[in-house]
Write a protein that binds this ligand. Structure first.
Ligand code: SF4
Length: 261
């Protein structure tokens, strides 16, 4: 008799098909609702816990998300299995913060691995060591967000200190989980060359070999309006790779592969 698939449910706000920037090949990206951080530039404000009330008032089903079982998610994801096989792709868990729903995430990953799917996750790494260690055991690639090397500045703009995040990134590298550091480059936060140098030194010390830079964009602006939330980045200009050549060079000079996403 075949083993039962978990009946655990997860709150998911989107499953995006044909993603090409969330790991190797063509992928389906599963966006988990809920995030313990509150980054001022967040383009998914509906996913932040503090905004639950705003999401409820908004009543837009796309922003509210819905509950899915493991089987339902995999049924949707596996529709594109032929594309994953041709391109070396698979499934990526993203958010919000996937570790907020770690029990569901681990159940989903366990079943996905049984079905031989390549599993990546984009995460802030903000969780206890116990939760994080259990999670990364099932992961083929971590796209690990690292926002600022300075703990006070990190707390001021994201709501949390970065200590656990740095420790968990170090742990993942020690466990030989492939890790790519992802840095959202945000004006008035971490877009200076000084911030880049400090970040590069930290990542080099941890043993990171590859970095993705994500220049600031305004994709989330409309959502703040829909949710009736104030938006600190209103009117701040978008950034483009051409503006960040010197920033990128800081990481290249430290021997890291560094590209834009
Ligand atoms: S970690 Fe990501 S999802 Fe969470 S608040 Fe920051 S930008 Fe938004």
């Amino acid at each position: 008799m075949s083993e039962m698939v978990s009946t655990e449910k997860g709150l998911i706000f989107n499953i995006q098909k044909f993603s090409i920037n969330d790991g190797p090949g063509i992928r389906s990206t599963v966006f988990f609702a809920g995030c313990p951080l509150s980054c001022r530039w967040c383009s998914n404000p509906e996913s932040q816990n503090r905004n639950k009330e705003a999401v409820r008032i908004c009543k837009d089903p796309k922003l509210m998300g819905k509950e899915w079982t493991v089987e339902e998610v995999l049924k949707e994801v596996e529709k594109d299995r032929c594309f994953y096989e041709e391109s070396g792709g698979g499934m990526t868990l993203s958010g919000g913060e996937v570790l907020q729903q770690h029990t569901f995430a681990v159940a989903l990953l366990t079943e996905a691995k049984k079905r031989s799917l390549h599993c990546a996750a984009e995460t802030t790494g903000y969780a206890s060591r116990e939760i994080f260690a259990e999670f990364v055991r099932h992961i083929d690639l971590l796209l690990f967000d690292m926002k600022h090397s300075d703990r006070e500045i990190h707390r001021e703009k994201t709501g949390v200190y970065n200590d656990i995040i740095i420790e968990n990134m170090r742990y993942a590298v020690e466990q030989k989980v492939p890790v790519i550091a992802r840095i959202p480059v945000i004006p008035r936060f971490n877009a200076s060359l000084g911030a880049a140098r400090e970040m590069a030194a930290l990542l080099k010390d941890i043993g990171i070999k590859e970095v993705h830079l994500l220049p600031f964009h305004q994709f989330g602006e409309k959502k703040y309006e829909q949710l009736g939330l104030s938006y600190e980045m209103l009117g701040v200009k978008q950034m483009h790779p051409e503006m960040l050549e010197k920033y990128q060079k800081v990481f290249l000079d430290e021997g890291m592969d560094c590209t834009f996403r």
